[in-house]
Design a protein around this ligand. Structure first.
Ligand code: UDP
Length: 340
């Protein structure tokens, strides 16, 4: 099969590109490289450097090749940031995706996989969060993703386009073979920050909030290895041959922020210098996935489920890439850009 992957140079997107290629498929990546990295992609993957708001360019790409499905990752994706600039999130994520969906329909793309988020559940009373739990976004980021889920609902109802909305919990770790990793700038995610603190590459780590209603007062998250998450996309692609699906993708186990610190200390053998700080706006106290539907309907199951194993893959990549993707000049130089 031949797939278009928007945001394919980002953290999750690049791991999905690897999983698709490992599965024997061909891929074209569309990415503006605002947060993604050229070097995150195998050199022979065609990369279109462009913005999703560029209607003419997107149209040219969809016109020139026939794609069996589009996988859509390109988006603003930080909960805390979305509490600062809400309308940027609500506008850009929504409008860019709406345009992409419309173009897919115009070019007869029958299948669409959307990277959605657990952030659309807000702070639910029931944990784990089942796939049919009430949606009540706790941030403009979560809201923007839900708005796109609604677009896809109508794209199916009226145009018959099948979609998979995959509601990610906390993607973490890196490709076990070391081909890709996590490199956000600035980095805001707990596991890479904790690893860099352990490695002495950054100062003291702030832990946001110590008075949440959890066992140790810090937030609880469900960490899912990014390669397991990537494989869920392949499973979902099969399902949407005939219908649309919405799945939670997580490990079904929660770890507090202090559990994460202890795991990083075990894996690195170093003590982490951290201090309690104020809560971060928009953070729900607990997010744990109920992923029953995904498991039952596709047979998908996480292979790297233990937190220490997830951290271990992230640690190995960061050890080998002290400057993130800037430490991989050969991959960057060898990459060809596709022009439309
Ligand atoms: N967190 C923290 N200090 C940091 C970064 C994150 O305490 O420097 C916390 C954050 O408040 C949340 C958890 O770690 O409770 C996971 O946050 P992350 O940004 O990794 O992922 P998110 O849950 O926002 O997708």
């Amino acid at each position: 099969m031949h797939y278009l992957v928007t945001g394919g140079a980002g953290f999750v997107g690049s791991h999905v590109v690897l999983a698709l290629r490992d599965g024997g498929h061909s891929v074209v990546v569309f990415d503006n490289l605002s947060t993604g990295h050229r070097a995150a992609l195998p050199p022979d993957v065609p990369l279109v450097v462009g913005d999703l708001s560029d209607h003419a360019l997107l149209n040219a790409v969809l016109e020139s090749e026939r794609f069996d499905a589009v996988l859509h990752f390109a988006a603003l994706s930080l909960v805390g940031d979305s509490m600062r600039v809400p309308f940027r999130y609500l506008r850009d994520n929504y409008l860019n995706s709406l345009q992409l969906v419309e173009l897919c329909i115009q070019h007869s793309v029958r299948r669409f996989v959307f990277s959605s988020t657990a952030a659309l559940f807000g702070t639910p009373e029931q944990q784990p969060i089942m796939e049919n739990a009430t949606v009540n976004p706790g941030s403009p980021y979560g809201e923007s993703k839900f708005m796109i889920e609604r677009v896809l609902h109508w794209a199916e109802k009226i145009h018959g386009m099948h979609s998979a909305c995959l509601r990610y919990f906390n993607a973490a770790g890196s490709d076990p073979a070391g081909r890709a990793g996590e490199d956000h700038r600035p980095e805001t995610h707990l596991i890479p920050l904790a690893i860099d603190t352990a490695l002495g590459r950054r100062p003291r780590l702030s832990i946001f909030g110590s008075d949440y209603p959890t066992t140790d007062g810090t937030c609880v998250r469900d960490y899912i290895h990014v390669t397991d998450l990537a494989n869920a996309h392949l499973a979902a692609l099969e399902q949407i041959e005939t219908r649309s699906v919405t799945y939670n993708v997580g490990n079904t186990t929660g770890f507090s922020n202090l559990d994460v610190i202890r795991a990083v200390e075990r894996v690195t053998g170093q003590q982490i210098d951290w201090h309690p700080a104020d809560r971060r706006a928009g953070d729900p106290a607990i997010l744990i996935a109920g992923s029953q539907q995904l498991r039952a309907e596709t047979g998908w199951t996480p292979r790297i489920a233990a937190l220490d194993d997830i951290v271990e893959t992230a640690y190995r990549w960061r050890l080998a890439h002290p400057q993130g993707y800037d430490s991989a000049p050969s991959a960057r130089d060898g990459h060809e850009e596709a022009l439309y």
